[in-house]
Design a binder for this molecule. Sequence first.
Ligand SMILES: [Zn+2]
Length: 459
Amino acid sequence: MKTIQAYRFALDLTAGQERDVLAHAGAARVAHNWALAKVKAVMDQRTAERSYGVPDERLTPSLSWSLAGLRKAWNAAKPDVAPWWAEVSKEAFNTGLDALARGLKNWADSRTGKRAGRPVGFPRFKSRRRTTASVRFTTGAIRVEPDRMHVVLPRLGRLKLHESARKLGRRLEAGAARIMSATVRRDGGRWHVSFTVEVERAERGPARPGVVVGVDVGITHLAVLSTGEMVGNPRHLVAAQRRMRALGRALSRKAGPDRRTGQRASKRWERAAARLGRAHARVANLRRDGLHKLTTRLATTYGTIVVEDLNVTGMLANRKLARHIADAGFAEIRRQLAYKTTWNGAGLLVADRWYPSSKTCSGCGAVKTKLALHEREFACEMCGLVIDRDRNAALNLAALAAQFDTAGSGPVAARGADQKTRVRGQVATKREPGTASAGQTGTVPPQGRTIDRALTKAH
Ligand SMILES: [Zn+2]
């Protein structure tokens, strides 16, 4: 099975190499900004011409927004715009033009309704100060050196890695992987290289193919499994977050830049901002690590994984929950599980977002009207069951898989296109996405009423 996978490594650049990378990133920005100005000028020109009553066929021809089109225009203009163009790899310009082509497409798709989600703004000019320096290479000599501590990139040459690339190196040597692109980027004050790699993965099944696990992505824990296991947040995360908050407060006390008065940031502010950036990166790394460990373990262990489908955009609007949800990286867990279950031949089921996994008793199926977020225990009034709130939710999710199985829609383990099945015989409470914390919004239909509910197979 061929999959596309990313590998990211921290780099230790020399001062000279850092200058080279920055020159490439700067070239990417120049091409991006030049092409954006050109696109805007042509749009404005056509609007003006239309207002004078120029017929459509006689308007200034519009510029192609495709990468190929932008590249053609750039190549014609670069001797004038960037007489130094030969000093950097053409991939640098390509990086900027590609970003613009994608930005324009996203904007156009968002306007015409082809793209879901939040509206996408028109691409903006990239400033040296506010843009993350990055350059992407798609052709030429890109390789990991046999010592696995160095990589070679076009023009930039041999760069030292801060950590060993042994896993990727092994795959490349075995011929089981092919590097498609390499991006050098500065995140959080540190340089990284990330490779997009096509990997040939051996087909293998999960260790316990017949076992279903429900996963409740938690607030106090990273996740709670229906097996009763509570997966904690990664170590050091809380401390790293505390430090991040403290640095944020320290930054706000220093004289930052002011766009209205044109006030430049103080040196102290700049140093504090850099410290905060590094702290952010550390929190993000710790979190990513914890999520990857969890999702890999789930996908290689269980035959079927059931998770909840929450409207994350809706939930983030709720300020109090927002931080926690963001912390738990809810959407990220879903995303990782989706591809890792595919790799491992496991099944991923996503419970409908209306399914009241927290408010349903996993013992008798009775549904509560209210369950405030601070109530960490689920106590059933019908059967007397008292159980950890998140474990109860996880058990309910796992039980959904059995219903999917017996609903006559085929075995859970079967892989296929998106499937939906109706689960009958349970009572649902209506819950708006995003109000899960409120706990006061539920209304329970009379007991015994049957409501159809959907369970979606993710892949
Ligand atoms: Zn009960």
